[in-house]
Ligand binder design. Sequence first.
Ligand code: ATP
Length: 237
Amino acid sequence: MALLDVCDLSVSFGRVAALKGVSLQVQEGEIVTVLGANGAGKSTLLRAILGAVPAKGGGITFADADITRAPAHERIQKGIVLVPEGRRILISLTVEENLLLGAHMRTDQDAVARERDAIYDRFPNLAERRHMAASCLSGGEQQMLAIGRAMMAKPRLMMLDEPSLGLSPLFVSKLFDLIRELNAGGLSVLLVEQNTGKALAAAHRASVLELGRVIMAGDPAALARDPRLQEAYLGED
Ligand code: ATP
């Protein structure tokens, strides 16, 4: 059974139907990418999986439990985490305070401290600035902090909403290395990206959303060769 199973999900905002029967699975250990133009419904899909917006129809199963109507905090406790678009770092707090926000639901303080230190080992730039305001970080470092903060929740599934947006090419490469590395360590990943070429190269499977519907899905290498996708999204890569 899939770790995450989204079945025929629909979400509406008033009269705007943002998702119209979307189905998608993430198997344990997979990187799945969701591509699509602005307004296709990608952010809404991630927010619905997290429980930040309600499902109007369809269902969401995670780790064998029906979470369609579960509150967001319960989903986070089960191991779902979202690194939102724009990172949402609190720039007036210190780097460490931001990091620890990701662990606010945990009670195992010794393990939290060990994982914080593991994140500092992975990101020496964050360790050096742990007591400085997060505003002193570059955009790329803030993205690493956002991912570090999400790791502090000990997720089984990490959802990332356009993490490469606004990053320099060097940081985009580092970011994709990091996603691959976390995945190799056992983390399952659902990745929304504008950087279609890099996302397809990293993913085990891919889906393309258009106006709230999945219009293509399957093997990323096959999708990368698909003329419709090349025309629509791969031109700028
Ligand atoms: P982008 O890349 O621009 O973030 P997206 O694929 O993530 O695009 P969504 O942000 O999920 O798309 O938006 C899908 C549709 O739902 C759009 O028509 C959008 O205007 C609408 N929508 C999203 N959030 C809301 C909201 N909170 N209230 C009303 N309409 C919304």
